[in-house]
Design a protein around this ligand. Structure first.
Ligand code: SF4
Ligand code: SF4
Length: 193
């Protein structure tokens, strides 16, 4: 049988908005219902708002995924925040206790979170790699984020108080301190010592 003929045989069901369908209750008695995802047509602004919100959420998620990919940290997306890497403990020569925080900071390009959790002290030794249940190369990820963070500081993308706090707490490794301190001083920061 031809495809067109089969199409014709299908019973055509007329779509009726729930608000006008007498067989479906628009709301249960006594219950005021907020139903932004239903087919109610008497809420004209709601569908448009839904679409706008969905587009916004989609764009934010896409940005979160695309930015680390662009910087070569795509594998950070596989971290499911189990925190098994916290078992690194004293094997981390930089005394970083929350490796998962760094991984999440890399995934979301959260410079503040990376700096606050001592990410700029990571020396890429790889001792934490063996604790990651996802077999992520954490040393490589943290190293790339360190370079990206130092660049973000120079470009003024990291808040001044975060940079100043990191300098005075001594949580910037020697690999990055010269360029970050130079930016800090040129931005009006106090001289150390
Ligand atoms: S790679 Fe970095 S975070 Fe991991 S153990 Fe070494 S210094 Fe610590
Ligand atoms: S062990 Fe690996 S997957 Fe688990 S939180 Fe740490 S980095 Fe993420």
């Amino acid at each position: 049988m031809a495809e067109d003929e089969r199409e014709e045989e299908k019973p055509r069901v007329k779509w009726i908005p729930r608000s006008r369908d007498v067989d479906k209750p628009a709301a249960l008695p006594g219950i005021h219902r907020y139903a932004p995802f239903t087919n109610l047509t008497d809420r004209m602004t709601t569908p448009a708002l839904n679409r706008a919100v969905m587009v916004g959420i989609g764009a934010a998620v896409a940005l979160d995924v695309l930015r680390p990919i662009a910087l070569g940290m795509w594998d950070a997306a596989y971290c499911y925040e189990c925190r098994a890497c916290y078992a690194t403990l004293e094997k981390c020569p930089a005394s970083i206790t929350f490796q998962a925080e760094l991984t999440v900071a890399c995934r979301t390009m959260d410079y503040r979170r990376f700096v606050k959790n001592r990410g700029l002290l990571c020396i890429r030794c790889g001792n934490c790699n063996g604790f990651c249940v996802q077999h992520l190369n954490l040393a490589d990820i943290f190293g790339k984020m360190g370079v990206a963070t130092a660049r973000a500081v120079r470009e003024g993308k990291v808040p001044f108080d975060v940079v100043e706090g990191a300098i005075y707490e001594g949580v910037i490794g020697r690999e990055y301190i010269d360029e970050i301190y130079e930016w800090y001083r040129s931005s009006g920061g106090r001289r150390l010592g």
